[in-house]
Design a protein around this ligand. Structure first.
Ligand SMILES: Nc1ncnc2c1ncn2[C@@H]1O[C@H](COP(=O)(O)OP(=O)(O)OP(=O)(O)O)[C@@H](O)[C@H]1O
Ligand SMILES: [Mg+2]
Length: 256
């Protein structure tokens, strides 16, 4: 099943705290979404990382807002008064990422407790996907109805930024250690190696393939040796599989 698809009906407001100027929009399913725009400076790869890591999180039972593909029609940009936003909307006409808006959520700052049961899988997932964006400076963790929801995975899977220049090297990514020292949940997390034993078996080749299949073709950019979307998808699965097989290299606490 692909991601659900919706069309934006109204641009509500920018989220100025987000580096990529994400915005809140209403859509034709009467939902409200945070939009990660295809026309933001970071490019399409961050949208791919959002989908892959967000859906891996969901697959292992970590809460994260529902993701949709979100069409920005040209007239939405036309009626926007703010010039910066208008430029972004104009550059983003087409398929964007929609993240279900969690009204009333609260950005994690340590003042409200997160349990070790919730924290440990999150640290594990971030180590697996090399997500450097869950630090005290940038927690990307929302509390909603008192439970933690992970958001903003655009910085994970950074290996794909090196594809065009350095070629695809799953082994290198697999062996890259993960520095969890600034992770916002490090103090709360328990046995991350135990989480690996429990969660890694859920990420079968089939599941990895299904998750990567959720990324729309048009977000998958060509790279040397990766001419077709199917080749790019295969490379994501290969990198993730290789890293899953080398926990000794990246599990926090395992490396020195
Ligand atoms: N689904 C959501 N529900 C409610 N608020 C959200 C949601 N997604 C994001 N936000 C709010 O918007 C902020 C920016 O979102 P996000 O971190 O995804 O954007 P970003 O541009 O990648 O940010 P940065 O690069 O600055 O971390 C979040 O810190 C959070 O306060
Ligand atoms: Mg963020």
């Amino acid at each position: 099943m692909p991601l659900e698809h919706v069309t934006a009906t109204r641009y509500v407001t920018p989220l100025r705290e987000g580096g990529s100027l994400p915005g809140i929009v209403e859509a034709d399913d009467l939902g409200t979404y945070v939009v990660k725009f295809r026309g933001a400076g970071q490019g399409l790869k961050v949208l791919v990382a959002e989908v892959v890591v967000g859906e891996l999180a969901r697959a292992v039972g970590i809460r994260t807002p529902r993701l949709v593909t979100l069409e920005v029609p040209p007239d939405i940009a036309r009626y926007e008064a703010d010039e910066e936003v208008q430029d972004l909307l104009t550059a983003s006409v087409g398929l964007n990422l929609g993240v279900d808006f969690l009204p009333g959520s609260f950005g994690y700052d340590g003042s409200r407790a997160v349990s070790a049961d919730d924290a440990t899988p999150i640290v594990w997932l971030d180590a697996l996907t090399a997500n450097v964006d869950r630090t005290w400076n940038n927690p990307n963790l929302l509390l909603w109805h008192r439970t933690p929801y992970v958001i903003d995975h655009g910085a994970a899977l950074y290996f794909h930024h090196a594809w065009p220049t350095k070629g695809v090297d799953a082994a290198r990514f697999a062996g890259q250690r993960y520095d969890a020292s600034a992770h916002v949940l490090l103090d709360v997390a328990g046995d991350v190696a135990g989480a690996h034993e429990r969660l890694a078996p859920m990420l079968t080749d089939r599941l990895l393939t299904d998750v990567v299949a959720l990324v729309p073709d048009e977000w998958l950019e060509q790279a040397p040796g990766l001419a077709e979307p199917a080749d790019v998808r295969g490379a994501y699965v290969e990198h993730l599989r290789a890293r899953l097989n080398r926990p000794d290299a990246w599990l926090p606490g395992r490396t020195s």
